[in-house]
Design a protein around this ligand. Structure first.
Ligand code: EPZ
Length: 430
């Protein structure tokens, strides 16, 4: 269900109180992937058919995109993690600012709206605290497909009589850029070849959905997608893959101290790059069934990591791993290559007692440091998770302000942590 305004206001001002030092044990179940669900909900625009999604993560960014879809004519019914949705008749191509201001996901509606309707009016994606979030590759590719763009009052307006297939090489790896053009190409006239595509698992999941809708996509080489445009696509049923970033966040939580947690409904192969780093640090993570068991790790070794496009180490786990590296004995280095301002959690972790210096796009972490609980401020989604992890091992109480950030991408994080023994609760703003 979408939040009421009051609930949303409360959530925006809410804080999380964490009393550190509890041992974590028990099992935690991973939700569906936010970053798979977002493009897949956008794909609903490509068809007037019925869709049923399961394993849908009810996080804020999803709620916001559902409101945006309602705004252009979709009707949906949500029952737990099961979503029935249909956009039988497009009522408008307008996605207003109040809907998109806190999430960039609306940019994923550009391709589908243009393909379905030849018109899209989407608010410029909200400023993002983690750095430049350009969309020039999206626009460049859609222009080559025949779309004309203009910019008015912070809106992007795109129009196209008909989209035509193109042979396009992305100048750089872009997850949502690949997704946007892939969706547009599915209904374009003729053949589209997309080169230098991003390889994140969420893109493969989107390809699977589109093919089940009747799209003609050759992904034998996932870096070069070949799409034969169709005149129309059908509805489909689809189960969303597990969220690899939530998975990685809980694995890191398990490695923080002598914990013993079982992570279920997971897909270890989605986070191989993290598991390799954790093994080198001396952490004990064992695949178990469709999940992983994280056992007490003992003394942690430092590590040097760099964020890269998939299958490299993901930027979305960089903040969380930085928290863990503060507990390793020795000097670690974290280099952020994807975004140019994704170290805002460092200032906050240093308030807890970490010793992290920033040099350009590298954080130099001297460990092992002990943490003392204090007031912290969440600046972005993954930074908020890093601060919660810091609170779990701090002496005393930590309050994370602006906790709304956490709920943008993590489903029921406080409840999931409580279930494995953490002392975590929501406190409302006074
Ligand atoms: C997706 O964002 C994810 N969001 C991000 O997750 C993730 O951090 C990012 O990919 C990288 O993996 C969703 O999938 C909804 P990009 P996206 O386009 O697609 C530059 C989270 O925490 N670039 O792959 O916006 C860009 O500036 C979020 O869940 C251009 O220059 O990222 C960045 O430096 C945060 N021009 C780099 O490429 C473009 O047209 C990667 O961006 C597009 C991107």
């Amino acid at each position: 269900m979408s939040c009421t305004i009051e609930e949303e206001t409360l959530m925006r001002n809410s804080k999380i109180l964490i009393r550190g030092g509890n041992r974590l044990s028990g099992s935690v179940s991973i939700s569906g992937a936010k970053n798979a669900a977002l493009p897949e909900l956008a794909a609903v625009v490509l068809s007037d058919g019925k869709f049923r999604f399961t394993n849908v993560p009810m996080v804020e960014d999803i709620r916001i995109l559902l409101r945006a879809l309602q705004n252009v004519g979709a009707a949906y019914d949500l029952n737990g993690d099961e979503l029935d949705i249909r956009l039988e008749t497009l009522s408008s191509g307008l996605v207003p600012r109040e809907i998109v201001e806190t999430t960039r996901a609306s940019v994923l509606l550009l391709g589908p709206l243009l393909a379905r309707n030849g018109y899209a009016r989407v608010s410029m994606p909200g400023g993002c605290p983690i750095g430049d979030r350009k969309i020039n590759y999206h626009i460049d590719g859609l222009k080559k497909m025949g779309a004309a763009f203009r910019f008015e009052h912070e809106h992007i307006i795109a129009e196209a009589n008909a989209l035509k297939g193109i042979d396009y090489r992305f100048p750089g790896k872009t997850v949502t850029g690949t997704e946007n053009l892939l969706m547009a190409a599915s209904l374009a006239e003729g053949t589209t070849v997309l080169r230098n595509c991003a390889l994140e698992p969420e893109i493969s999941d989107l390809v699977e959905l589109l093919v089940s809708m009747g799209a003609d996509i050759n992904a034998d080489d996932p870096e070069t997608l070949v799409i034969e445009g169709k005149s129309s696509l059908n509805g489909a049923s689809h189960r969303i893959i597990p969220d690899r970033i939530e998975m990685g966040t809980f694995v890191i939580a398990g490695c923080l101290e002598d914990n013993d947690i079982l992570i279920e409904n997971a897909a270890p192969h989605f986070i191989d790059s993290l598991l390799d780093i954790l093994a080198a640090m001396g952490c004990r993570v064992q695949p178990v069934g469709n999940g992983m068991k994280v056992l007490a790790c003992g003394d942690l070794q430092p590590a040097n990591i760099s964020t890269e496009p998939f299958p490299g180490f993901p930027t979305d786990l960089q903040a969380q791993l930085t928290t863990l590296l503060t507990q390793a004995k020795g000097t670690s280095r974290v280099t952020e290559n994807i975004f140019n301002n994704r170290f805002q959690h460092v200032l906050e972790l240093n308030k807890l007692g970490a010793e992290i210096q920033l040099k350009g796009n590298t954080a130099i972490i001297n460990g092992k440091t002990s943490f003392t609980g204090c007031n912290l401020r969440a600046t972005d989604l993954r930074a908020s998770a890093a601060l919660v992890l810091g609170g779990l091992i701090a002496n005393g109480e930590t309050i994370v302000h602006n906790a709304y950030q956490l709920f943008r991408g993590y489903e029921n994080m406080p409840e999931k942590l409580q279930k494995i023994g953490a002392c975590v609760k929501m406190i409302d703003s006074e």
